[in-house]
Write a protein that binds this ligand. Sequence first.
Ligand SMILES: Cc1cc2nc3c(=O)[nH]c(=O)nc-3n(C[C@H](O)[C@H](O)[C@H](O)COP(=O)(O)O)c2cc1C
Length: 379
Amino acid sequence: MPVLISCCSVPPSRKSLMPNTFGHVFRVTTFGESHGSAVGAVIDGCPAGLSLSLERVQEALNRRKPGQNSWTSSRKESDRVECVSGIEDGISLGTPITLLVRNEDKKPDDYSELQNIFRPSHSDYTTQIKYGIRPKSGGGRSSARETLARVAAAAIAEQVLEILCPELRVVACVSSIKNLEAHISEHSLTRATVDQNAFRFPDEKLLPQVETLLTQTRDAGDSVGGCISCFVLNCPAGLGDPVFDKLNADFAKAMLSLPAARAFEVGSGFESCKLFGSENNDPFVSTEKGIRTLSNRSGGIQGGISNGETIKLRIGFKAPSSIFKPQQTVDKNGNNVEFQMKQGRHDPCVLARAVPIVEAMTLLVLTDHILRQKLTHLT
Ligand SMILES: Cc1cc2nc3c(=O)[nH]c(=O)nc-3n(C[C@H](O)[C@H](O)[C@H](O)COP(=O)(O)O)c2cc1C
């Protein structure tokens, strides 16, 4: 039966409500659509007088870029960052920092045939229901292009962290693809070693199998998912709050706000649900370096507050929804139709590109909590 899709029952003021800001003290607002003229971020709450490098922002964006190998989207973007406000002669002014990247390889026509259809497991249907309108081209705000703005903002956050917590390190890698699980030693992991292969999968033995899996998946017009592990080394104890703003809760929100993210765990996570308390507890021990734990199944966070051990996060990403196979769906008028994607640039697996994005969200959460902690201890 044909249905008219709209959200007329929602008052006009509610229709325009769309939270685009993350953080409490170090606040990041992102803007822009995937095939609009630009995307970017406004950072409010960055302390004044800090020496900040835009080259560092550019380097971070280069790591996230699509089109770097044949297993990622072929969209070609230079992703050149412009700083529109908040930094003068390389020094933060304490005013909002606006970072802007113009979209160059826009191809809205590739998406024109999608205007009247709801692509399975994409945001087309839910966006239409919520707003009564959606961008003509592609996923608009839901597109992974938005994450560029988070990476740019996080490159500023990382420089703030280097001043406040010089020892702290954030590094992520692909820890599994479908059922291929990497054996990882987090203490020898660096961004440089992770970037040594196109899949950001730090287990050389399994690399040939990973390459075969991704090549076969791409050539079959299909897609695959997997997990990213992220580690925060040398994190100070005491970050986070005991109730709603638990550090783990803020990481969960940060990670699950990423496109295609479907699962999140800290430390032993879901595995802890299968263990006895005697198996899962982390015994404390007094050492020369202070109070530490003998194991780290808590993943560096207890009671919502960091305990000084390595923070261990794992994020599950689904197989991307865009596949080049016929699928059942419904059009805007409620008719059952068969949908076959003919063109468009898509990632058969988002994992490698999501590594810098997971690091970015980790850095944003940590910077916000470290600045909050400074306010907690003003005297
Ligand atoms: C780096 C990255 C690249 C992505 N590329 C694609 C893609 O090429 N095709 C696709 O269907 N989804 C892709 N996604 C996921 C979609 O943007 C996302 O699943 C979709 O907008 C629906 O949002 P949801 O996953 O929050 O439900 C990508 C996600 C990330 C993090």
